[in-house]
Design a protein around this ligand. Sequence first.
Ligand SMILES: Cc1cc2nc3c(=O)[nH]c(=O)nc-3n(C[C@H](O)[C@H](O)[C@H](O)COP(=O)(O)O)c2cc1C
Length: 336
Amino acid sequence: MINKTFKINDIINIKNAVLLAPMEGITNLPFRILCRELGADIVYTEFTASEALVRNIDKSLRKLKLSPKEHPVAIQIFGSNPNAMAESAKIAQDKGADFVDINYGCWVKKIVSNNAGSALMKNPLLMAEITNKCVNSVSIPVTVKTRLGWDKKNINIFEIAELQEQAGAKAITVHCRTRDMKISGNADWSYIPEIKKHITIPLVLNGDINTPEKAYQALQTEGADAIMIGRAAVGNPFIFRNAKYMIEHGTPPEPVTIRERLDICLKHLSLCIEYQGQHGIYEFRKHYSGYLKGIHNASNVRQKLVIAETFDEIKDLIEKFYEETQIYYNNYNNLN
Ligand SMILES: Cc1cc2nc3c(=O)[nH]c(=O)nc-3n(C[C@H](O)[C@H](O)[C@H](O)COP(=O)(O)O)c2cc1C
């Protein structure tokens, strides 16, 4: 039996915690609510630029809107200016975040060229200064998310982890890749036990957890106090419920049925419409392929779904598709 506790001050105290990773363009309010309902213990917003927050840019402030249904939730911010970051941490606190998370891991050129995200791994002292300023500007905890290092020749996570704890970070998530790997190649969890030897704050393992079995294995990694799942939740938010089942029982859960996948797809869409209106229908289009993945004739219906304009139209298409899949799979089973 796994028995790990993820504890941040007296705000977070979760047994065998499975977290939803921050993902730009994905972890908006509707998706976070859905993942919480399906078992994610903590959810993170998409990252938001501190420079935009301090300038009151409406689009960025909107990303910070939270729902009472999603707590505990962390607002993630990024930037390279300690003062702007501290001010943004305060804005995140005012918006109701349970804690603020700082992004020190983003590989994207636009972010790195502004000395933010993973670029800060090249400057651990500035990184520590930013964290410390944020810590001193808010009363809620500040956590950080980073990587192993800039590249294989510059793995400095041990030094960074120590400095971050000294700066006042209350937990550290490590995406077990270097910056040059972006999100390809294999995440290397073998660094986790050694990182933990350098810190006393909780350590969250992230990278390539994409099945309940892998979640089970990841949480058993020595030094991992919690695990965080990103891409595997896209079109498959059941991963949280299933991972938690596997962690609790040590055996895999029952497979998710097509009916349930389609029901959750429609529920996700309804949440998008509730929070974003018609725009939610357009935003949701990128999620169909995930929800329909592997189902017979999915590409056919997806082509129709991505041009549908109303919820009723989409629901009809999905129900018709479900009936067709039932006929197909019944015939298939009878043949075998
Ligand atoms: C589409 C996408 C957007 C992402 N946006 C963010 C982000 O806003 N903040 C962040 O810290 N990491 C971001 N990441 C990285 C993820 O949080 C995570 O570290 C990475 O995907 C590895 O975990 P996984 O293998 O479970 O996906 C993003 C990843 C993807 C695929």
